[in-house]
Design a binder for this molecule. Structure first.
Ligand code: XMP
Length: 318
């Protein structure tokens, strides 16, 4: 019978055996899979594991700082790399969703490769790949591994991809990864997180991306997600977020007419992201959240709620 405790014990022993005294590099995404993979490796080889957590400038509000602190609290040997400016610069003026994804993937690889070179004599690249990732080309976990897979055939291989690959979770399903995480003492704050796409807010800002749009969307998203938590709804929802639409509409504020941005909120129920239903959130919650967003986030004067299921709509708007 499969149990998380037994899995931890055998895989830690196997990892020790396989890796010996080598150094291992791992890209953390803030998501469950890469975090659990890191915890397992950390238990097996301690500070021989070098984790890299890249800020692409498209993370949720305060995410880079908060998640980095959580990782350090878990004892991981982790380096936070703030490459926001590099990503935003590369994305300047690009409005096409697939091109934005490609740019984000490419810059991620460049940044990660630079950082990997800082770890001298590394022999292994660890990835949080789980079993369903083999079937799907785009991982709902949104980890660096997902980005790497869809872009690794562009140009020559970066050096870190020439490393030997170790994938401690490659036979597990998502729920098993969570159970393993719980068994090795991963904080619930990380275990219970909604999936978040690798390209982050970059595919939730429809059209071209600017620093100002990122910061507007971060504020809106934070109000929505905090609200879901306060109302006890966060754990009932599979994934939630906000989209910044390339639409301005007329509003009134006091005696003035405004002409400002519109955001869409989206919350879905799903088991694997392949199909999804929009969640029937309480009207009172939607009402309070909408008021809070419009009152607090400068530049937004209209909020809509997305009531489309997948298929035919996708979860993300881009
Ligand atoms: P869609 O929008 O296709 O999303 O219904 C299904 C799941 O996949 C996530 N998603 C991505 N994850 N890179 C990722 O790592 C991507 O480019 C990407 N696009 C979508 C989405 O958040 C949802 O969980």
């Amino acid at each position: 019978d499969w149990t998380p405790d037994a899995f931890v014990e055998t895989s830690v022993a196997e990892l020790k055996q396989k890796i010996g005294s080598d150094k291992v590099i791992l890209g953390l995404s803030g998501g469950v899979d890469s975090s659990v993979a890191a915890m397992l490796l950390h238990r097996a080889i301690g500070s021989q594991l070098h984790c890299i957590f890249v800020n692409n400038g498209l993370l949720r509000k305060n995410e880079f700082h908060d998640v980095l602190e959580q990782y350090k609290g878990m004892g991981l040997n982790v380096k936070g790399v703030d490459a926001s400016a590099r990503f935003l610069d590369a994305l300047k003026g690009e409005a096409d969703p697939e091109k934005k994804r490609k740019i984000i993937g490419r810059v991620f690889i460049e940044v990660f490769d630079d950082e990997a070179h800082q770890v001298e004599n590394a022999k292994w690249l660890a990835q949080g790949t789980i079993y369903p990732d083999r079937i799907e080309s785009v991982s709902a976990s949104g980890g660096p591994s997902a980005t790497i897979k869809s872009h690794h055939n562009v140009g020559g291989l970066p050096d870190f991809m020439k490393l030997k690959v170790v994938e401690p979770l490659h036979l597990l399903f998502k729920d098993e990864v969570r159970r393993v995480g719980r068994s090795i003492g991963m904080p619930e704050a990380i275990l219970g997180r909604h999936p978040f796409p690798g390209p982050g807010l970059g595919i939730r800002i429809l059209g071209d991306i600017t620093a100002e749009k990122v910061s507007i969307l971060q504020e809106v998203d934070a109000i929505f997600i905090e609200g879901l938590k306060k109302w006890g709804l966060y754990d009932k929802v599979w994934q939630a977020g906000a989209m910044l639409l390339p639409v301005q509409s007329v509003g009134v504020m006091g005696d003035e007419r405004t002409y400002e941005k519109c955001v869409a909120l989206r919350a879905v129920e799903s088991t694997d992201g392949m199909t999804a239903d929009w969640v029937n959130l309480p009207y009172e919650f939607l009402q309070k959240t909408s008021n809070e967003i419009i009152n607090r986030v400068k530049g937004v004067n209209r909020v809509v709620y997305d009531i489309s299921s997948k298929p035919p709509a996708t979860i993300e708007w881009e």
